[in-house]
Write a protein that binds this ligand. Structure first.
Ligand SMILES: [Mn+2]
Length: 353
């Protein structure tokens, strides 16, 4: 089970020093606010301080050696000496220059950041384990329960901020540790901004209301977007909604093992372009989801990598018409043996509240 990490080491005199929260959690299955993971060619160590000692020994992966340190650098140096390590690779994406300089000063080995380590770990993380899939599903279920109840608060005169608060309260109530990101609960003209921020704007008849929402469960994120109409929807609103929904479904149809990731984006984008809204869809069709809300793969036309079973990606095409309205419809999909499976159980047809 740890092979996928120890196999990253090609030379027995090399080791990885992992300090980012997400990768420490990913490798060790243990979460702490401080500490390190060291990977050698045949061993994985989890280093934590006194505050986490007992919990780490009980809760981390059994194959991992837990070290409770007084001084992190002394403990790292002991491990380096034990394995005769000459070079330590750090995560270039998350280590500050300050910390790199400290490591260079304190560690009895060469410290290097040119290993593309962060990318390699991100690429391991794209394929989810059954345990990770279950956690993302739980995060999604929490989101859905909170969302369905929050819909009841959408009435004329209620502010975007109030709707946001109702959603946040409910995800905590139903077991989330926190929201997956600041919820986007926006209406009317505000919906033309893909990442609009909830304000004191109040709901009016004829508005679209967009929810881009998610929850975190045991470190794992969920992501969903729904656009609903309030009171009524004009023909133009219905037209745009249906184009986005069809684009979403066309993209979803492409999801299967060995399919190029670019094909998922292109099928959604071509459909939107066909109706003349290409310039109103300025973001990627989707992204991976897991310990971070945005992970690899990036679902875009330039990504020629292939989908693999048990990747989890979002499909979230949108059309945003400046100063008017926007529509986005997003679900997470798991790549299955022959196709895909939605992690969401919320209908995507237009609803009018
Ligand atoms: Mn998303």
């Amino acid at each position: 089970m740890l092979d996928k990490f120890t196999n990253l080491i090609e030379d027995k005199s090399h080791a990885l020093f992992i300090s980012s929260d997400v990768n420490r959690k990913y490798i060790s299955s243990f979460r702490s606010s401080a500490g390190a993971v060291i990977v050698t060619s045949d061993c994985v160590y989890l280093l934590v301080d006194f505050r986490y000692g007992e919990a780490a020994k009980n809760n981390s992966n059994r194959e991992i050696t837990v070290v409770v340190y007084n001084n992190l650098y002394d403990s790292v140096n002991e491990i380096l000496q034990r394995h005769n390590i000459k070079t330590v690779f750090i995560e270039e994406q998350s280590v500050t220059l300050e910390f790199k300089n400290i490591l260079k000063e304190k560690l009895n080995a060469e410290v290097r950041s040119d290993f593309k380590l962060s990318k390699k770990l991100q690429n391991i993380r794209v394929v989810k384990t059954p345990d990770e899939i279950a956690k993302i599903e739980t995060a999604q279920k929490i989101t859905e329960k909170a969302y369905l109840e929050t819909l009841n608060f959408i009435k004329e005169g209620v502010s975007e901020k109030k709707i946001c608060a109702e959603f946040l309260y409910r995800i905590y109530l139903y077991g989330a540790e926190k929201p997956a990101f600041d919820p986007i609960t926006i209406c009317g003209k505000n919906t033309s901004k893909p990442h609009g921020v909830p304000t004191e704007n109040t709901v009016k008849a004829g508005d679209f209301f967009t929810f881009d929402i998610g929850a975190v469960y045991d470190g794992y994120h969920s992501d969903m977007t729904r656009t609903v109409a309030v009171g009524y929807a004009t023909d133009k609103m219905r037209e745009v909604y249906n184009i986005v929904l069809t684009a979403h479904n066309l993209a979803k149809e492409k999801i299967k093992p060995d399919e190029s990731i670019s094909a998922v984006d292109i099928s959604a984008r071509n459909h939107i372009e066909k109706f003349g809204y290409g310039s109103c869809f300025g973001h990627t069709t989707g992204h991976g989801v897991g310990l971070e809300i945005h992970e690899l793969p990036t679902v875009y036309r330039t990504n020629n990598n292939s989908l693999k079973e048990n990747m989890i990606i979002t499909v979230e095409p949108g059309i945003y018409i400046e100063n008017n309205f926007g529509v986005r419809i997003e679900d997470m999909y798991r790549v299955t043996q022959n196709g895909s499976e939605s992690l969401a159980n919320i209908d995507k047809d237009l609803i009018i509240l």
